[in-house]
Design a protein around this ligand. Structure first.
Ligand code: ADP
Ligand code: MG
Length: 328
């Protein structure tokens, strides 16, 4: 049986600075695990809003990691692929006699059958109304009538929807003129910005989605913009993942504080959340390091690489070279 506290702790290690979102997911999962949900509805339905790159999609993947031991164990629907009314046939199948009838639909009962399945609908606002109509059925009665007349049941599923519907408002609130900072430094914003973002998102959602749709969602959560401390913690998470991958090539990676500071500096841009940080880790650390490891003809003997800064870039020192000698 899943325990609230341990589930919360596990998710907090994965998702930084979004405790409200974590709490709403945790309470739903614990109730679902007990099996005391309404059997005519999905186990829980969520709409995640807020700035881009702040963990809205990741929370679904992280929940899959915690529940199923695998981040990729999610059924992920990218709503940008359903821009036209007839696109929904790709999701649920076309009726006999219609174009695409012979193609297998993306959603099948098999995919939704597993206990505590996580279904992600990404960037909901990009989809045609036809998809909302389907979702309305899911939210209302936990099942969906497909093009072939078969009912798909979502009763074993958590339905998590993400939306950037308030992106414009958030952009305006976090832009230079309003915050008085350049976007790179805007993470140091005043506290009340979070409240203003939440209010702006609520307004945008009410303008965009119908009241029937909004009222059927269990939890609507606005993600917080990431702060400097959050990015520092997320960097540790990224570096841990890199360290694990590098270790598979037989190399132990040690990253100095100055190198971490360098990566944070290169990867800080509030407007895009943690994505620029991920890119900075790839561009300045993973790519050059991978090249060095691949090119090194003594690959088997390399044991430790120390990552430092020097002359405005990252420097890599390998342990088997003379102490303090530079490898690049
Ligand atoms: N709060 C967070 N905690 C940990 N990692 C995060 C967080 N926010 C974003 N990331 C990382 O940044 C990247 C983009 O996050 P994602 O959840 O896909 O963004 P979005 O909010 O736009 O859906 C992913 O690699 C994710 O792991
Ligand atoms: Mg996303």
């Amino acid at each position: 049986m899943l325990k609230t506290n341990s589930l919360r702790e596990l998710l907090r290690k994965e998702i930084i600075g979004q405790d409200q979102a974590i709490d709403s997911v945790v309470r739903t999962v614990v109730v679902a695990d007990l099996g005391i949900c309404d059997p005519r509805r999905p186990l829980g339905t969520f709409l995640f809003l807020g700035p881009t790159g702040t963990g809205k999609s990741q929370i679904g993947r992280s929940l899959a990691k915690v529940l199923h031991g695998d981040e990729s164990a999610v059924v992920s629907v990218n709503c940008t692929e359903f821009k036209n009314p007839h696109d929904v046939a790709k999701l649920v199948g076309a009726p006999p006699g219609y174009v695409g009838h012979e193609q297998a639909p993306f959603l099948t009962q098999e995919k939704l059958e597993k206990r505590l399945t996580i279904v992600l609908f990404e960037e909901l606002e990009k989809a045609d109304r036809a998809l909302f109509d389907l979702l309305l059925q899911v939210l209302e009665r936990g099942e969906l009538t497909t093009g072939r007349g078969v009912d798909l049941s979502f009763r074993n599923c958590f339905v998590m929807m993400t939306s950037n519907v308030c992106a414009k408002e958030i952009d305006r609130l976090t832009s230079n003129e309003v915050m008085g900072f350049g976007p790179r430094l805007a993470v140091l914003q005043p506290e009340n910005a979070d409240q203003r973002i939440k209010a702006a998102c609520k307004g945008a959602v009410e303008n965009f989605f119908s009241p029937e749709f909004i009222n059927r969602i269990d939890e609507i959560v606005t993600f917080n913009p990431l702060r400097y401390e959050d990015l520092t913690a997320i960097l540790e998470k990224f570096l841990f993942e890199t360290r694990v991958r590098v270790a598979m090539t037989g190399v132990n990676m040690i990253v100095s504080e100055s190198a971490k500071k360098f990566l944070i500096e290169k990867g800080t841009n509030l407007r895009y959340g943690a994505r620029p940080l991920r890119r900075a880790v790839r561009e300045y650390l993973e790519f050059p390091l991978a090249t060095l490891i691949a090119e090194s003809d003594t690959a088997n003997s390399i044991q430790t690489v120390q990552v430092e800064t020097g002359e405005g870039q990252l420097r890599f020192y390998f342990a088997q070279t003379a102490r303090g000698a530079m490898a690049v």
